[in-house]
Design a protein around this ligand. Structure first.
Ligand code: V47
Ligand code: SF4
Length: 375
């Protein structure tokens, strides 16, 4: 689709001159401002932002939709933080808690056919007593059993807690983890950066400035990372934009973020007390506006275990270029919070079919987005 055709389509839907101006900026590759993003959230309908987001996505990646072959390892759900939106953490020894030993994790890893993986994603709670040696040994274990995989592990929140518990600096922790096999970091723990709201929904968690500083430090060591936002709870549009803007500013400096992953708040089994989850149209608008605002983080990922495969397929027409991974029923974070995907698992063939059904080109990638194969 060329820009003239798009302007033609938008001309029919964009009745508002502010929206028309924003569309012009997007079509001319100009960065949209925080005020523009607010205008989009407040005034633009789904088709308007969807067409623009799809235009930007297609300009960057054509019809490609990326996926990878991964599993999650969740060493423990025992966590010191007790975030109010979290359905996953448990007290130590409480019913539903787990604390896997390295032997148990080795058993889990050996069960998966090794040619079916290019990534192991490790994330869990901030365990009150497990020292950094456990996590370094875990990284070495994964690399011993699966030497060819990328290990994407530990949120900034886990890194900060390791530093605290072991009396180490962030730099020491990242260096030790990297030496033990850490290749990249996931984007969790960002939640919402607005300090007042963060204090309400996850009071003891890593402060926003510290989350950003840890990612900056990781980037400076050559560790590429992702970023997330938790949306659909108590946040305002302005707070979503502020969150993305802090990431956009850091990314201009470091270029170390690969993917942004909007995580929709799921309401089951947690104490935040939100009665209604956002409607799907709002999820689609949010993906689209994110694609338009975050112009310097290349990939926009839909995390299908949270949103469901069927709905995730639709997001591929709203700016999303990455379907995450095959997962192999290895994560519990979202099934515990009420996702329709109670045992998330896609074979490679199913993943390819889902993407092809959207008239896109399935493109297998590794963790840092080197292309492995197109289908
Ligand atoms: O930080 C917890 C979220 C995150 C709920 O980097 C919830 O590739 C919704 O960050 N409703 C952890 N969300 C998961 C994560 C992630 C997942 C997949 C891929 C990547 C990546 C990162 O899960 C937490 C929090 O924001 N979360 N509880 C809930 N009730
Ligand atoms: Fe712990 Fe993460 Fe759950 Fe917060 S979201 S309680 S840090 S596991």
């Amino acid at each position: 689709m060329n820009s003239l055709e798009i302007q033609d389509i938008l001309g029919k839907t964009a009745i508002d001159s502010d929206l028309q101006n924003i569309a012009e900026k997007v079509l001319h590759d100009e960065r949209i401002s925080c005020d523009d993003a607010l205008t989009l959230y407040e005034k633009a309908d789904l088709n308007f932002v969807g067409i623009l987001a799809n235009y930007v996505k297609t300009k960057k990646f054509g019809n490609a939709v990326f996926f990878n072959k991964n599993i999650h390892v969740e060493p423990s759900n025992v966590c010191v933080h007790k975030c109010k939106f979290c359905s996953y953490y448990r007290e130590q020894n409480a019913s539903g808690s787990w604390e896997y030993s390295l032997e148990e994790i080795e058993f889990q890893l050996r069960k998966v056919p090794h040619d079916a993986l290019t990534e192991v994603h490790i994330v869990g709670g901030c365990h009150p007593t497990r020292k950094i040696d456990y996590y370094c040994d875990l990284l070495r274990l994964v690399k011993r059993i699966l030497p060819h995989v990328y290990v994407k592990a530990f949120t900034a929140v886990e890194i900060e807690y390791m530093a605290k518990l072991n009396g180490l600096s962030i730099l020491d922790v990242l260096t030790k983890l990297k030496e033990s096999g850490l290749d990249a970091m996931p984007g969790g723990g960002a939640e919402i950066f607005d300090e007042d709201l963060r204090a309400q929904i996850c009071p003891s968690k890593t402060k926003s400035a510290d989350w950003l500083a840890i990612h900056k430090q990781a980037h400076s060591l050559g560790i590429e990372t992702n970023a997330t936002i938790l949306y659909g709870h108590k946040e305002s549009f302005a707070q979503r934009i502020d969150h993305m803007n802090r990431l956009r500013v850091l990314q201009d400096e470091t270029h170390g973020f690969n993917a942004f992953i909007p995580l929709k708040y799921k309401k089951e089994n947690n104490v935040l007390g939100i009665e209604r989850e956002l409607p799907w149209t709002e999820d689609l608008r949010n993906f689209s506006i994110t694609r338009l605002f975050l112009d310097n983080i290349p990939h926009l990922k839909v995390y299908w275990p949270m949103l469901g495969k069927d709905f995730s397929q639709i997001t591929l027409d709203y700016g999303v270029d990455d379907f995450d991974g095959t997962i192999n029923d290895s994560t519990k974070i979202y099934s515990m919070a009420g996702s329709v995907e109670t045992r998330p698992c896609l074979t490679q063939a199913e993943m390819i079919t889902l993407i092809k059904e959207s008239n896109k080109v399935p493109t297998e990638r590794d963790t840092v987005y080197n292309i492995i194969k197109t289908y």
